[in-house]
Design a protein around this ligand. Sequence first.
Ligand code: FAD
Length: 466
Amino acid sequence: MKTTSDGHHIKAGCAPIHGLPSPAALSSKIPDGNAYDVVVVGAGFAGLTAARELGSRGLRVAIVEARDRIGGRTFIAEQNGQKYEVGGTWVHWGQAYVWNELHRYGLGISESISGTPESISLLTSQGLETDSAEAMGKDLSAALQLFCDVDGARGEIAFANPHCPDPVADRFDSISLAERLAQIELSSRQRALLEAFVTMNAATDPAKGGFYDQLRWWALGEYSTEALLKRLGRYKIAKGTSALALALLKDSKADLFVGEPVSEITARADGVRLQARNISLQAKSLVVAVPMNVLGDIRFTSGLPQAREQAHRQRHVCAGTKFIAQVDRNVGAWIGFAPYPNALTMVISDRVINGKSLLVGFGPDDKIDLTDIGQIQSELRKFLPDINVTEVLAHDWINDPYAKGGWTWFAPNQTTRHLASLQASAPPLFFANTDWASGWRGFIDGAIEEGIRAAREVGEFLSPQA
Ligand SMILES: Cc1cc2nc3c(=O)[nH]c(=O)nc-3n(C[C@H](O)[C@H](O)[C@H](O)COP(=O)(O)OP(=O)(O)OC[C@H]3O[C@@H](n4cnc5c(N)ncnc54)[C@H](O)[C@@H]3O)c2cc1C
């Protein structure tokens, strides 16, 4: 199995080893020509889905990917017979686009044990409090419901359809999570749990994260904390996210160029030209499937509509770090929460290997040096004082030049000012990424939704009469 350039693995007492063995690490598939109907830039789920959709219509497709692997902000690392999800992980049947793909390719699911927790610990400046998951869950649920009840109907009127929000929802786009927190009365435990939860979701200072996205997640989760939590962190793709990425790639029959960051795109009357590190390609149209936070790194030499140019200068604010830590004992079906500015806002026990828990830690604003196993252990010991960390696997998504962020979370006013421009096409250029999906924006599901939308638009552009 090839090794990625992304990610690293550290054993206690040893230096980090950079690169992780992964089935998603691939070589370029050498093409037999370079006349394409469509070139897709980026081999994350949005790009792979667009390529599959276009390839299945008989179009000649090439995918140009900056990294030496596919899957974008998701990939599986394989070590000692175990699979580790380094980026995006959890899926749910309430996420219709990804569920459809799992069914199509016969991919089953497995469960994280923290999806049905027995206990939850809450770390605050007052100390560490551990209670039953039921009692803590009730407090979080009451707090989140109040937080999202902007219309006296649990948000169900204001946000009746999260895939196509009524303009009435726009008025909630101007405030931050912190401003909304200040508007509601809560017990100190409810407040701390809610602050931890929304910081976990936005993965940044609640003063920087927009309230609108939390309302959107709430509506996508059927206006219920329990239903939302099941969608966020219980079910994983049993063979890993890379199995789905590889199935999409195979089905696309596309030529794949890896290790080819695209620097320049030129759109002309007779088609599109793209310049990457070592190659230059031409096509009738092109799908840009890179994240919002790196759109500004590609030069569009023929210019773009003004609103889109402004949108390319925007960055979403999610700065989430994630690591996977093997510890020396079984901590049970457990979750830890801590409000901002703690370096970790959530820790979960994912599974048990040889009687020892595998923990997944999440933190905001790049506060943890993911190559420092000592720092990771001392942050985890704030929740679990007697554990020792034996191994860590992680990737630094925030400083990754092809992501520059985690999942998606918009700042106040970004949705109303820039979402429509990010979604708009500029034929022969089309744009697809989870960062501007209509539904599960910021999730694997949103990426697939976007790939399908962009492919439909390209199809209409290339065969307007069909
Ligand atoms: C730590 C973490 C945890 C997450 N957890 C979950 C989860 O549990 N569930 C869930 O549903 N989602 C989760 N997500 C989000 C999910 O991973 C993403 O929403 C989704 O994978 C994005 O897919 P995409 O195709 O839209 O974008 P990306 O996956 O970012 O793909 C874009 C591709 O474009 C490439 N690219 C960038 N610039 C260039 C360039 N100049 N030239 C060529 N190629 C370029 C990139 O290398 C990348 O391969 C998580 C994300 C992170 C980072």
